[in-house]
Structure formats: structure tokens, C-alpha cells
Design a binder for this molecule. Structure first.
Ligand SMILES: Cc1ncc(COP(=O)(O)OP(=O)(O)O)c(N)n1
Ligand SMILES: Cc1nc(C(=O)O)sc1CCOP(=O)(O)O
Length: 518
């Protein structure tokens, strides 16, 4: 029987999940919906009951040509002639199980670390259950929550073993399954499938639930990043495109939905209006289901975080992710408090960000560096040299499979392959609140209007913004931050007006951009 791990059902006979229903009926409905493997998992029943139940399930799975695996109990698998077993780290080891099972039996093993995964591969496992992906009420005594980043690290570590299958388990549902598959992918090895308990077993209609999973697994994530192959003289090649991308953004007149801190909301809305976009400021997560229908971008800026913010952010991220519209994350003050550090972790687990934008301290926190302690929202003294900043931006973008912008006197922008350094801008930008936050909004406008190369889209936005700042600062009547702000808005408006007329002279010879090799 061929092993297709793509939609792997793990049974659960507890009242909370199975309710009053018959296990065999629920499993059969799930099989009709497209489940490709069934694991009978029962941690409490006596051996006799397990053998009887497993035999009944086997008669059902055989009708659908789908393998039945038995959780933990090699003896039960042997007794009923099941296709294989799924073993935990504390169960019988693979070598002993192989002695008891027929030669072609499938053996899977639970793994939550690189060491466990490598050992399982060396011991001859056919596939690995990799988890726990996300927290789940189905199993609360899980060893460690590894998320997509931990899963990707495990896949990377065993990428020289292409024949070993992998499924992710824990908290996977219809909303996150595409992101789990997409963001867990390491350069050489991806997941073969997902293992699901409650999202199918507890569903009112297990057949429909399985059908929906099967469809989602076959379809690429709506936000899947197309990596444009680096070209010779990459920075120059990108620059040629910038004026056209700015013109396009002005024509599209994108909507940008800002969930932004109250300190800067007014300034940021004015920046968006000046460039020709349509801003809406809405911190209310339930509104996102309507707002995302306008196919604009969502900005999450957690500058003035409150106890309600996180659930509102997660609702909005879910709505925009499902629709495939861009989501930008500005983890303001990410390392300042333990609440913000946890929020970064929870939001990154909770949804996909097309762009993560932040200063050095914030990007290091998003990466998961343990020793980040920010004072307020400032980055604090830099501990990284320029090459290390470029590498950090590249590594985070590669791991998250998105775009990362690390801001500073020099901005580093990466899609995980290319790294572009931008040295435009003016010191007065650092004297006004909201100028950094507005880059998130600007990026949203450009990501909405140019979707085929997200790095180029963000680069175009930064250049429009920072060249306008230089133009404003150069006016003789600008004496400091107070006169800079209105002049800056005027200069953004001037570039937007020129672009609308097809006049690209604002850009000629102005970009200070280079490619960084890391
Ligand atoms: C595919 C898959 N992966 C992991 C598990 C682990 O669950 P469980 O049996 O509860 O735990 P351990 O026995 O591994 O400690 C699974 N059942 N299936
Ligand atoms: C059985 C199991 N094993 C896990 C692990 O991490 O090893 S998590 C888990 C439960 C998964 O249930 P649900 O799909 O309902 O979240």
C-alpha cells in the first residue's frame, strides 16, 4: 500500500472530541473526504478493546486503500495485521519494533528536536511526526512548541534523507494549514503532510472537513512568495523599475488598513493621503473581514499595545491571510517588556507576515535572539556590524519565507536571497515621531499595488519616502522638526503628482542603493 502522508488523521475517542458518535462512522466519513492515512490513537482503553476497535477500523480503511497505523502498541498492530505503527520517544524503539512487525510495516515516530529526528532517521523510521506545531487543547502535555521555525530547522537537518516522510502535528486547522506547509519548508525539504485530530474528528461534518483540508493542501498558499532570481547588478536592475512601480501605486490608489499606535496615527494617515493612498485606521479586529474585501494591505504596529490588541490583531491577520492580501508587521518595542516579547512570538505563530519591518532590536527579537533588552521603542546601542545586520535580515526573511526590512541609518531589505542596502533619508526623520511607523504604511501601499516582486515593491516605497525627506530637509525654510513635517508631506505629494503625470525626474540620480553579498 503506497504511503501518502498528505492528510493524516489521528483518531481520538474522548467525549470532548468524538461526542456521542461512533468512531468507525466518523473515520469513514473522513476517508470519504480524502484522508490518506489513519492512526488509531487510544491511550486509555484496555488491550482487548483496542484490538477490537483497531480490527473494526482496519476493515473500514482497507475499503479505501488507506493504511491504518496503531499508536504506541506494536502488539495491537501485529494482532490485527495493521499496516504499521506510530511510536513515541518513550515507546518501544524502532529496532525492536522492526523485529516484531512484518518487513514492509510502516514505522513512524514522534520527534520534536533535531537530535530526535536524526536518530529516528538513522534507526530507519519511515516517517516522522514533527511537533508540537501550535498549542492545542487536544494534547496539553506536549514537550515543546516548535512552530514553523523549529519545524523548518528539523527538516533542514534531515534534508539529506529525501525518502523519510514528515508530517506536522499540533493545532493545525483550515486557517493555518497552508501557512504551516509553506513556512515550514526548508530549502531542500518540505513537509509531506499534516496530521490532524480535532479539526476533522470533532467537526460536525468530518467528510467536508477532510475535503476542505485536501483542497487547501493541494493549493499553494495565497501569499506564497515568488523568489525572483538575483540578476547581475541586482541593485541597478531593481532601480530601473522603481519609477514605474511608484506610478503604478499612484494609479492603484491602494487602501491601507492601519492597526497602529495612537501616538502616530494622525501623521501616518497624512503620509498615506499625501502619496495618493487611502488610509483607514481601525483597531477593531472584527472589522477586518469587511475591510479585507477591498484588497488593500493590513499594517500591525504594536506601538501602544493593550490587553485587547492581540486578539484584535489575530482576527485581522487571519482575515487578510485568508484573502491573500499583504500583511505588514512592525513589532514596535519588541524587546522592551516580557509582554511584548511574548506578543511577537504569539503573532508570528498566529499568522503570516509578508513584511516584517523594524529596527535592529526589533528584528533581533523577531528572530528570537534571547538577549534583546530594548529601552522603550528605540533600538538601543547597536551590537551588530553592517554585514551582521544584512545577514540577520536575510536569515529572518529566509526562515519566515517573506520580506524583512531592518531600518537604521542604512536600511537592509531582504527576501531571503537578495539583500539591498538603502542609504537615502535624512537625520530629521529621526527627530519626528511616526516617521519610522509610516514606512510600514507606505510598504503596505506598494505591496498592494505591485505583488509580483515584494522586495522591489518595498524598495520603491522606501525610496519615494526617503527621497521626499531629503527634498524637504534641503528647503531653506526648514529649520528643524516642526517645519520639516509639513514640508515632508508636501514633498511626498509633489512626487506623487509628478508620478501621476509620468514625470520620473524626481528619481534621476537620487537613489543610494547597493546590493550586499552575505
Ligand atoms: C503523526 C503523529 N505525530 C505525533 C504523535 C504524538 O502523539 P502521542 O502519541 O500523543 O505522543 P507520544 O506517544 O509521541 O508521546 C502522533 N500520535 N502522531
Ligand atoms: C496527538 C498529538 N501529538 C502531538 C505532538 O506534538 O506530538 S500534538 C497532538 C494533538 C494534535 O491534535 P489537534 O490536531 O487537535 O491539535
Amino acid at each position: 500500500m503506497p504511503l501518502d502522508l498528505s492528510l493524516y488523521l489521528v483518531t481520538d475517542s474522548t467525549a470532548a472530541i468524538l461526542k456521542e458518535r461512533d468512531l468507525g462512522t466518523v473515520v469513514e466519513e473522513a476517508l470519504k473526504g480524502g484522508v490518506t492515512v489513519v492512526q488509531y490513537r487510544d491511550k486509555t482503553s484496555d488491550t482487548g478493546v483496542q484490538v477490537e476497535t483497531a480490527r473494526k477500523l482496519h476493515s473500514i480503511t482497507q475499503k479505501y486503500g488507506v493504511p491504518l497505523l496503531i499508536n504506541d502498541r506494536v502488539d495491537v498492530a501485529v494482532a490485527i495485521g495493521a499496516e504499521g505503527v506510530h511510536l513515541g520517544q518513550d515507546d518501544m524503539n524502532i529496532k525492536d519494533a522492526k523485529k516484531l512487525l512484518p518487513p514492509n510495516a510502516i514505522i513512524g515516530i514522534s520527534t520534536s528536536s533535531i537530535e530526535e529526528a536524526k536518530k529516528a532517521v538513522a534507526d530507519g523510521a519511515d516517517y516522522l511526526g514533527v511537533g508540537t506545531m501550535f498549542a492545542t487543547p487536544t494534547k496539553t502535555n506536549t514537550k515543546s512548541m516548535i512552530g514553523t521555525a523549529g519545524t523548518q530547522a528539523i527538516l533542514n537537518a534531515i534534508s539529506d534523507s529525501p525518502s523519510v516522510g514528515t508530517v506536522s502535528i499540533g493545532g493545525i486547522n483550515h486557517t493555518n494549514v497552508q501557512r504551516v506547509m509553506y513556512q515550514s519548508h526548508s530549502p531542500k525539504k518540505g513537509l509531506d503532510g499534516v496530521a490532524i485530530v480535532s479539526a476533522i474528528m470533532a467537526a460536525d461534518d468530518p467528510k467536508a472537513a477532510a475535503e476542505e483540508f485536501a483542497k487547501l493542501i493541494k493549493t499553494p498558499a495565497p501569499f506564497a512568495l515568488t523568489l525572483n532570481a538575483p540578476r547581475a547588478n541586482e541593485a541597478e536592475a531593481l532601480l530601473e523599475e522603481v519609477p514605474r512601480i511608484v506610478r503604478k501605486m499612484v494609479e492603484v490608489h491602494p487602501l491601507v488598513h492601519n492597526m497602529i499606535n495612537f501616538v502616530v496615527a494622525n501623521f501616518v494617515a497624512n503620509v498615506a493621503l499625501s502619496i495618493g493612498a487611502s488610509p483607514i485606521m481601525s483597531p477593531y479586529g472584527d472589522e477586518a473581514t469587511d475591510l479585507c474585501q477591498f484588497d488593500g494591505a493590513l499594517l500591525i504596529n504594536m506601538g501602544t499595545l493593550t490587553s485587547e490588541s492581540i486578539s484584535n490583531y489575530l482576527k485581522a491577520i487571519k482575515a487578510y491571510n485568508q484573502r491573500g492580501n499583504p500583511v505588514i508587521y512592525d513589532p514596535v518595542g519588541a524587546g522592551a517588556t516580557h509582554i511584548r516579547r511574548n506578543t511577537v512570538r504569539d503573532l508570528m505563530r498566529g499568522g503570516y507576515f509578508d513584511l516584517i519591518k523594524g529596527n535592529e532590536g526589533e528584528i533581533r527579537q523577531a528572530w528570537g535572539s534571547s538577549a534583546v533588552q530594548q529601552r522603550g521603542v528605540d533600538s538601543g546601542p547597536s551590537t551588530l556590524d553592517n554585514q551582521q545586520k544584512a545577514t540577520l535580515a536575510r536569515d529572518l526573511a529566509r526562515r519566515e519565507r517573506n520580506i524583512v526590512l531592518l531600518t537604521g541609518a542604512t536600511d537592509y531589505l531582504s527576501d531571503g536571497e537578495r539583500v539591498i542596502a538603502v542609504e537615502n533619508g535624512h537625520p530629521l526623520l529621526g527627530q519626528v515621531t511616526g516617521t519610522g511607523c509610516a514606512i510600514g504604511t507606505i510598504s503596505g501601499c506598494f505591496l498592494t499595488s505591485h505583488r509580483s516582486d515584494r522586495l522591489l515593491a518595498v524598495l520603491s516605497g522606501i525610496l519615494m519616502y526617503e527621497i521626499a525627506a531629503e527634498n524637504a530637509a534641503s528647503k531653506e525654510y526648514v529649520r528643524g522638526p516642526g517645519s520639516f513635517v509639513p514640508t515632508f508631506l508636501d514633498e511626498l505629494y509633489a512626487i506623487r503628482t509628478a508620478a501621476a503625470k509620468g514625470d520620473d525626474s524626481w528619481f534621476v540620480g537620487r537613489a543610494k542603493v547597493r546590493e550586499v553579498k552575505v
